[in-house]
Design a protein around this ligand. Structure first.
Ligand code: GRF
Length: 203
């Protein structure tokens, strides 16, 4: 399975994907940020990459669609991509875009998820991999990882703990998708051809 990864910054999830390519291959990296560290990572691994100026969403997405088609990607992975794709782009690649988000969705779409967990005294925190629709951090959740919040944890401690769990979650999910164990249609999500009604939990 060929994947194209969209990033905006640090690119640690991209690096994890590149290190663990099992049942999938990263064929292209796209960034809306010309200075993203993730672009240096793509260069280090010799992966084709494209930076797109996103000041005009319509023309940026037209370029993106061309790049995706040329790359012949089977799946598009948003890994720290800080732009919302339009309805047009999402429909163009219907059911072929996934995102990783640092919360136990449907809790806390958007920014500052670690801080919100602390402010609300949540007993646990985690991350979700979900199918992308045109709402922010919305769409059917495929898999999650979670951990217990300890009394002394602050937002920074949670962020640090979560990021390595995100890497494991994303690479595991990609491997399951690449091996056709985890699949979906418009209605349901399947694991080994059996319908699942809750997100897979990845330790
Ligand atoms: C991750 O926490 C991801 O879940 C969120 O943005 C962050 C990106 O980190 N969408 P990185 O760029 O992969 O290091």
């Amino acid at each position: 399975m060929r994947i194209l990864v969209l990033i905006s910054g640090r690119g640690s999830n991209l690096e994890a994907l590149l290190k663990h390519q099992q049942n999938y291959t990263v064929t292209h990296v796209v960034s809306n940020n010309f200075k993203a560290r993730g672009i240096d990572i793509a260069v280090k691994y010799g992966i084709n990459n494209t930076c797109i100026d996103w000041s005009n969403t319509i023309s940026a997405e037209n370029i993106l669609i061309d790049v995706i088609e040329e790359s012949q990607a089977d799946l598009i992975v948003l890994a720290g991509f800080m732009r919302i794709l339009s309805k047009h782009a999402v429909q163009f690649f219907h059911n072929k875009i996934i995102n990783i988000h640092p919360s136990l969705l449907p809790k806390y779409p958007g920014l500052n998820t670690h801080r919100k967990v602390i402010e609300n005294n949540d007993p646990k925190h985690g991350a979700s991999v979900h199918l992308v629709d045109n709402l922010l951090d919305h769409g059917r959740v495929l898999a999650q990882t979670q951990f217990k919040v300890e009394p002394n944890d602050d937002a920074e401690a949670l962020a640090k703990q979560l990021i390595s769990k995100e890497h494991k979650l994303l690479t595991s999910v990609m491997s399951l998708i690449g091996s056709a164990k985890l699949t979906w249609d418009d209605e349901h999500i399947f694991m080994n051809d059996k319908k699942i009604t809750k997100p897979l939990m990845v330790e």
